[in-house]
Ligand binder design. Sequence first.
Ligand code: NAP
Length: 300
Amino acid sequence: MISQQRVAGGSGRCAAGGRARGAAPLSAARQRTRTVRVRAGVVVPGDTVLVAGATGGVGQIVTAKLLERGYKVRALTRRAGRARELFGDHPNLTPAEGDCRDPASLAAAVAGVDAVCCCTGTTAFPSKRWQGGNGPRETDLEGTGNLIAAAPRSLKRFVFVTSAGVEREGEFPWIVLNAFGVLTFKRQSELALVQSGIPYTLLRPSRLTDGPYTSYDLNTLLKATSGGKREVVLSPNDDLKGQASRIVVAEAAVQALAAAEAEGRAFAIESVEGAGPGEDAAAWAARFAACAPAAAGARR
Ligand SMILES: NC(=O)c1ccc[n+]([C@@H]2O[C@H](COP(=O)([O-])OP(=O)(O)OC[C@H]3O[C@@H](n4cnc5c(N)ncnc54)[C@H](OP(=O)(O)O)[C@@H]3O)[C@@H](O)[C@H]2O)c1
């Protein structure tokens, strides 16, 4: 499978700021090649980022952080009114009403954007949120597939917040979580993104904490904290199962947009006690780089 080589070819967790245990370091020549190849593609302030699921838990924090840092945000949501409530009339915000199940509603939303951050999702088990035919298949497979298909091929980056367990859906506890297919569908969308040729980053959190925030505005959102759990653990493999703060995952998504080191990579992510990299781009780049995929031929 293409993804086994390109998406998940690592060999261990990454210590904060260090190299993945057992992962072969990239040769100097390979590192130089990699840097030159992707530097031109990183997203910079002033660029336009489409955030899908901008009013949801991770998406609302991604949107707030991007706006604070000078990016233009197109907020794809089924509830444009909610986007205005959350983010006010920020000059760099354009709500784009759309439903990922409806390709026609995505065309205008994606036109001219430089990057996409997909934070859409629904519940793993039947709930009110499935009403109207919006279960995991429709959201995580068809909806995300439509977004990938609609995205301009000139995108600098597509950051996809997916899930831990996508490569372990037959193992406990993931087998339970996957009873209605959420992990299978997310995995299929990961593969569609990889195969699209669009530069991508996959973020795979397990249980999310902190948020969604229902009564926050932009300034309050930016002040939300994850308490003491601000350190991030990344892994190139689908082998984490600890909790992840939505604030830390949102920061990872924003940093991944701008980090050459995160291009074409999958990161399992959790947040643990510690000060963490905060908003320091160099510290994040070091953490992404530390999760080097294993050398060709290495066993997982
Ligand atoms: N919750 C967890 O513990 C957990 C664990 C692992 C991975 N994840 C994944 O992490 C991501 C973020 O999770 P979250 O809990 O922060 O998200 P969330 O609060 O559930 O928000 C999901 C967003 O998706 C949007 N959405 C759903 N269906 C849509 C559609 N058909 N068209 C357009 N937008 C649609 C929702 O918009 P509306 O406001 O219009 O409904 C909402 O903004 C998701 O991919 C989720 O599956 C979550």
